[in-house]
Design a protein around this ligand. Structure first.
Ligand SMILES: NC(=O)c1ccc[n+]([C@@H]2O[C@H](COP(=O)([O-])OP(=O)(O)OC[C@H]3O[C@@H](n4cnc5c(N)ncnc54)[C@H](OP(=O)(O)O)[C@@H]3O)[C@@H](O)[C@H]2O)c1
Length: 260
């Protein structure tokens, strides 16, 4: 399959890296010339990646097209291109509904929306998409956990949840700094926090999805340190800060008509 990318930025770089490092990489990947630096790096690194002369050449040469420009320029950029009826379209453009994308890629109708993450570069992490199609599922399985959702409303909720990546890293940073302030060596603090968060995240992922509460209970030995820390955070409504942030992000997405 020939896969083309319109918009060679952060998420295209991650998806191309992921696709090119699977056991069966696509025979041909064609990227648009912007961003020049990122496109050149991908083409230099992977034999099967080529840079097209312009966006229309990407469309003309590929069967499956990934739309990966920022939403603000989606209409002028895509509206100027000529798609084919039988093309498969993956839009990773935030906020834009399938109905909006449809009008921009007419006459193509085989369109899905997806939310890949930068972790796709390492074949990790969720890739939520809608509607389910076997061709998209096959592509996403190679670069992460392919998760078909029920409608665009769920995609909107997932988009809000993805906003917790930066807060998660910031929590790790805060814990790390606290360790240093309490007297730890900064390198040891960083290594310890990174390794601990990684290990407990892997355990949580491998447990069944509805039992995060059980994991918290299991880690909370009666009278122990985890139980004490959990009680303290709950007493200060610490987790409410996260769910309130999610409410605000979701409200913003709803305001931009992302189908949530
Ligand atoms: N980053 C993520 O984790 C993530 C995850 C899921 C979805 N998304 C969505 O994916 C889309 C792209 O995000 P991103 O993070 O990859 O953004 P980005 O790094 O800013 O990439 C967008 C790319 O589009 C290029 N571009 C600008 N004008 C163009 C044109 N006329 N034709 C073709 N390409 C053009 C830009 O090139 P220049 O640098 O030369 O301007 C830039 O490289 C967004 O809609 C975003 O919401 C991102």
């Amino acid at each position: 399959m020939k896969i083309g990318f319109i918009g060679t930025g952060a998420i295209t770089t991650a998806m191309v890296e992921g696709l090119c490092t699977t056991e069966n990489p696509p025979s041909d990947i064609v990227v648009s010339p912007r961003n020049k630096n990122k496109a050149e790096k991908l083409a230099a690194r992977f034999e099967n990646v080529r840079i097209a002369g312009d966006n229309q050449i990407v469309i003309d040469e590929c069967d499956c097209i990934v739309l990966a420009v920022v939403p603000q320029i989606a209409a002028p950029v895509l509206g100027a291109l000529h798609f084919r009826k039988k093309q498969q379209i993956i839009s990773v453009i935030a906020i834009k509904l399938i109905s909006e994308i449809k009008s921009l890629v007419d006459p193509a109708t085989d369109i899905i929306r997806a939310i890949p993450l930068p972790t796709a570069a390492r074949h990790m992490g969720p890739i939520a998409f809608f509607p389910y199609t076997s061709w998209a599922d096959k592509i996403f399985r190679d670069i992460g956990d392919s998760i078909a959702v029920n409608d665009e409303k769920e995609l909107g909720i997932i988009a809000a949840i993805t906003a917790l990546m930066a807060p998660y890293y910031a929590l790790m940073e805060a814990v790390c700094r606290w360790g240093v302030a309490a007297g730890m060596d900064s390198k040891a603090s960083g290594s310890y926090v990174g390794s601990m968060f990684q290990a407990i995240s892997v355990l949580a992922r491998e447990s069944s999805a509805d039992c995060f509460e059980n994991l918290a209970a299991e880690a909370s030995t009666p009278g122990g340190l985890n139980e004490q820390a959990l009680k303290e955070i709950r007493k200060q409504d610490g987790f409410d800060a996260f769910t309130k942030a999610l409410d605000v992000v979701l409200a913003r997405l709803k305001g931009s008509s992302a189908g949530c």
